[in-house]
Ligand binder design. Structure first.
Ligand SMILES: Nc1ncnc2c1ncn2[C@@H]1O[C@H](COP(=O)(O)OP(=O)(O)OP(=O)(O)O)[C@@H](O)[C@H]1O
Length: 271
């Protein structure tokens, strides 16, 4: 890290054991002559309250890393622990939001949010209370009885985030969740998500190709490079550090914004 990002603070392990700890993660797809190493020696500690944004060129292994944290993929090397406990398969500690909302078309928005809580056999009164809370949090209360086909793209994605948060995960993984939305809806969703993050204090692990999205949302920035996939930058975002309530316009208007943006774009270019 140099130049524009010189003011940024490197992120180091706190060693507290709280949060998610990835140690020496490697991943190889295929076997024998077809074997291809996609991730190598990835060490990462994710702590509660962080908004971690991962940038990197296509194919550098961002989604593979997210799938490993989600427990969908088993790493070929290394280990993951959540709050000091080994994490080997999908569980309610880790929530995932994808590019497409994937709501059940036959359930209302409220029922979609409630679905995971039913699976956990939560008492009805508790479920109702929690669904009402997350509908309100996502600004969806008036749409609770609508079905997915009656919702806009942004509303569907807000519902997907509400469904994930309602399950009270330790960490929320988001894989390019806004990339299918138009520019205006996308910015509204970014504002909304940052607000939710501030209110819930969850750890967010967010993948994007969009450098502006990364600069506006993150408290911590990670850049990955391919061949095999590894972390080459990991630092606190100086634009949001100490003031997560800065407006997007305020963040964008400072001179530091364009120099950090330029720096990140250059770090994503691996030609
Ligand atoms: N199931 C799979 N089997 C074999 N190779 C795979 C598989 N999934 C991904 N890959 C390869 O692993 C590499 C990393 O893929 P991955 O989707 O993790 O990258 P990414 O950084 O998320 O890419 P993008 O930004 O385009 O989504 C790519 O070269 C991809 O072709």
């Amino acid at each position: 890290m140099s130049g524009a990002a010189a003011a940024a603070v490197p992120v180091t392990s706190s060693g507290s054991g709280k949060g998610i700890l990835l140690e020496g993660i490697g991943l190889t797809y295929g076997r024998g002559a077809d074997a291809r190493q996609v991730l190598q020696e990835v060490d990462l500690q994710l702590t509660p309250g962080e908004f971690v944004v991962v940038l990197g060129p296509s194919g550098c292994g961002k989604t593979s890393l997210l799938n490993i944290i989600a427990g969908y993929l088993k790493p070929s090397q290394g280990s993951i622990a959540i709050n000091g406990k080994r994490h080997t398969r999908p569980d309610s500690e880790v929530g995932v939001v994808f590019q497409q909302a994937n709501l059940f078309p036959w359930l209302t928005l409220a029922r979609n949010i409630e679905f995971g809580l039913r699976m956990k056999n939560q008492p009805k009164a508790e479920r109702r209370e929690r669904v009402a809370y997350f509908l309100e949090l996502m600004g969806l209360t008036a749409s609770a009885r609508l079905y997915p086909h009656q919702l806009s793209g942004g509303m569907k994605q807000r519902a997907a985030i509400a469904r994930t948060l309602a399950a009270e995960p330790e960490i929320v993984l988001l894989d390019e969740p806004f990339s299918a939305l138009d520019a205006l809806t996308r910015e509204n969703m970014q504002i909304h998500l940052r607000e939710i993050w501030r209110k819930t204090g969850k750890c967010m692990f967010f993948i994007t190709h969009d450098v502006d999205e990364a600069l506006l949302l993150s408290s911590r920035l990670i850049v990955m490079h391919p061949g095999p996939g590894r972390i080459v930058e990991d630092f606190a975002n100086p634009l949001t550090e100490g003031s997560i309530s800065r407006s997007f316009n305020d963040i964008r208007s400072g001179g530091e914004y364009s120099s950090l943006r330029e720096y990140l774009v250059s770090r994503m270019d691996v030609q």
